[in-house]
Design a protein around this ligand. Structure first.
Ligand code: FMN
Length: 322
């Protein structure tokens, strides 16, 4: 399938794996790229420029196809060495960077000068237009359904995507709630040039996370996610568990007085325990409503092949017959 996104990134299928903390390692990124999509290494999980350079090198050993690095810009008391991370990305010749978190304008000139394509992930039409204005090549439009940080507007993709299509000139992919060929065709009918998936890619054989995480997604329904940290304007969609219920009790009790320190046990440093040790009650971890559509743990190759053949069947049989 050829779209503006496959052309822009030099990939076979318009399917992107979004950056995911403690999930987006070289193994997953390479598997997605080898299957014809665009895999993504999560820069901040590596933390230092040296470790990121090593992860990029590992990914290059596993694939000769294009892959991306995600750079998430978060408010932090001790910010990561973003210029150092970017230098490694440029030196290694990584062709695509997925930015997220906040406006990447400060770092865009260095990336663009190196010929890197930048896709900015954001949750509203106004941020998408800003990304277009500052020179991003594409946008990942992340609807309210998404796992991770859906922003504060709460606009689901059935509204957000056509709104983006009405306003944007640069190509965009649909992100949040995407799982299969139906999602891809639906997103494209609404104006997207492809789709970005997070949660669905975790429940694959290639995702280098504990089996408990994959099974938690398979066992979850679309009713099992919760929004936390709204009062901190850092809303996150997570899978419900004991730690999340505790966190929500604190939110209820403290209301507008809630501070990050009050919930530090439930949110800080929990990803390694969950993703690598499989201690599922260790804290709050991002998961999309799309868990309700995830019923198996295929290889990434089978997942992507299945998406493309289902999309083909929908376009060339189901829709044509109406
Ligand atoms: C476990 C997990 C961790 C994530 N970590 C990040 C991250 O570090 N940076 C980022 O930009 N997005 C992150 N995301 C968001 C995904 O890249 C993607 O935008 C989102 O999962 C799409 O929604 P979906 O889960 O419904 O497919 C994360 C998502 C999940 C599920």
């Amino acid at each position: 399938m050829k779209t503006k996104i496959t052309e822009l990134f030099g990939i076979e299928h318009p399917i992107i794996q979004g950056g995911m903390h403690h999930v987006g390692f070289a193994e997953l990124a390479a598997a997605v790229s080898n299957a014809g999509g665009l895999g993504t290494i999560t820069g901040l999980t590596q933390g230092t420029p040296e470790k990121l350079a090593n992860e990029i090198a590992r990914c290059k050993e596993m694939t000769d196809k294009p892959f991306a690095v995600n750079l998430t810009f978060l408010p932090s008391l001790t910010p990561p060495d973003y210029p150092g991370l970017i230098k490694e990305i440029i030196d290694a010749g990584v062709p695509v960077v997925e930015t997220a978190g906040r406006n990447p304008a400060e770092y865009l000139p260095a990336l663009k000068e190196a010929g890197i394509k930048v896709i900015h992930k954001c949750t509203s039409v106004r941020y998408s237009l800003k990304a277009q204005d500052i020179g991003c090549d594409a946008v990942s439009v992340d609807g309210f359904e998404c796992g991770g940080h859906p922003g504060e507007d709460d606009i689901p993709n059935f509204i957000l995507l056509p709104r983006a299509a009405d306003e944007l000139e640069i190509p965009f992919v649909a992100s949040g709630g995407m799982a299969d060929g139906r999602s891809l065709v639906g997103a494209m009918a609404l104006g997207a040039e492809g789709m970005n998936m997070g949660t669905r890619f975790i429940a694959t054989q290639d995702a280098p996370v504990h089996q408990n995480v994959k099974e938690a997604i398979v066992n979850a329904s679309e009713l099992d996610t919760r929004l936390v940290m709204r009062s901190l304007r850092n809303t996150e969609r997570v899978l419900n568990n004991e730690a999340v219920e505790r966190l929500m009790e604190k939110e209820k009790a403290l209301g507008a007085d809630l501070k990050f320190e009050d919930i530090i046990d439930e949110v800080a440093g929990v990803y390694p325990k969950i993703m690598h040790e499989g201690t599922m009650e260790a804290g709050a971890w991002s998961c999309g409503m799309v868990a309700g559509l995830v019923n198996d743990i295929p290889t990434v190759q089978d997942l992507i092949d299945g998406i493309m053949s289902q999309a083909d069947e929908i376009i060339n049989s189901r829709l044509k017959n109406f």
